[in-house]
Design a protein around this ligand. Structure first.
Ligand SMILES: [Zn+2]
Length: 347
């Protein structure tokens, strides 16, 4: 006897709140295949605050942690150290630096406040053969060292000299960051894409395939992300104060580009093109600023009103696309100057 299927599988529409099912923005898997995860927009280890729980699956998040976020942490160790930004294990990386003082240069370690963590002893001898020691470092460690030296050699007389007339020691931290490299550009793209997804805009269409491939695999076919060096922006609307992180999403009905500007520590800036086929129904811009020291996030409106920021994307992208090496130089100059200003004003 033939079995006939009289009743097709029924579809029920439930009244009341409809919860959108979880779908991963990277691999499109659903909750039945993969668990959703707690994904920080800016990595937690860099002081990131906001996270999303309904956008990225556990598997993709682990992949991104391993291949996109972790490679960056070493590069940013210096800044995490200077600004005391602790990771999950409350770890602050010590950083190597060079200290120049009274004509000498020594290798030192900086502590989590960017200060020298041990005592530097500088020995000089005048024409008469008189030996002098200058001690420099954290006051309590200098005192301990003086005591130790005096015990070994009771004839030492210590003179407190104020530094008046002597150039204060200058420490130059050694850090090198590959500003134009794939890791930072992938991270900037991830920040922009996840922020956009967090705002609950649909991101599942194929229009976002290029940015997905770039984030997940570093696929460089398309120019999705580059260094931003446009001074009108860097010294204008986007002049974020160190050490804050920021991401601005921008779309306009007259553009087909959905883009973003991402800034790490207010020092390193990237433009990101999330989609080149985007049809915005209305102009919008959205700014998220995060303070990594206080672990606070803020959403001030750019220029007091949303939808006012409009960028000429070809112009913004041009410099990096035509000559990446030159933009690296310009970007390091900008970051170095801004960093020194921030440190001098005690930010
Ligand atoms: Zn996924």
């Amino acid at each position: 006897m033939l079995k006939s299927k009289l009743f097709p599988d029924s579809v029920y529409l439930l009244p009341g709140d409809i919860q959108m099912p979880f779908t991963c923005i990277y691999c499109s898997c659903s909750e039945s295949e993969q668990r959703p995860s707690d994904a920080h927009i800016f990595p937690y280890a860099l002081g990131g605050v906001l996270s999303t729980t309904e956008t990225v699956c556990l598997k993709c998040n682990q992949h991104i942690n391993q291949y996109v976020e972790n490679p960056i942490l070493r590069s940013f160790a210096f800044f995490r150290s200077v600004w005391g930004i602790r990771g999950r294990f409350r770890d602050v990386v010590r950083v190597r630096a060079k200290l120049s003082f009274a004509g000498m240069t020594k290798d030192v370690w900086l502590d989590e406040h960017g200060e020298i963590d041990s005592v530097i002893i500088h020995k000089t001898e005048d024409e008469g053969g008189k030996i002098s020691y200058s001690l420099f470092g954290p006051p309590e460690k200098v005192e301990a060292k003086k005591l130790e030296m005096s015990t070994q050699n009771p004839s030492i007389r210590w003179i407190d000299r104020d530094l008046h007339g002597i150039a204060p020691p200058e420490s130059v931290a050694e850090f090198s960051i590959d500003l134009g490299g794939l890791p930072l550009r992938r991270l900037a793209s991830k920040v922009a894409f996840e922020r956009f997804a967090q705002l609950r805009f649909p991101v599942l269409s194929a229009d976002f395939n290029e940015i997905r491939r770039f984030i997940l695999h570093g696929d460089t076919d398309g120019k999705c992300c580059g260094i931003l060096i446009d001074e009108r922006l860097l010294f204008g609307s986007f002049n974020f104060q160190p050490p804050s992180h920021a991401v601005v999403l921008i779309a306009h009905p007259k553009d087909t580009v959905l883009g973003a500007v991402v800034s790490f520590f207010g020092l390193f800036y990237y433009w990101v093109v999330l989609s080149k086929n985007y049809r915005a129904l209305a102009a919008f811009d959205d700014l998220l600023i995060e303070d990594p020291q206080k672990r606070e996030s803020d959403r001030p409106l750019l220029r007091g009103q949303t939808g006012k920021v409009r960028l000429s994307w070809p112009q913004v992208m041009e410099a990096y696309c035509n000559n990446p090496a030159d933009t690296v130089t310009a970007a390091s100059r900008y970051a170095t100057r801004k960093f020194k200003e921030a440190i001098n004003t005690g930010t």
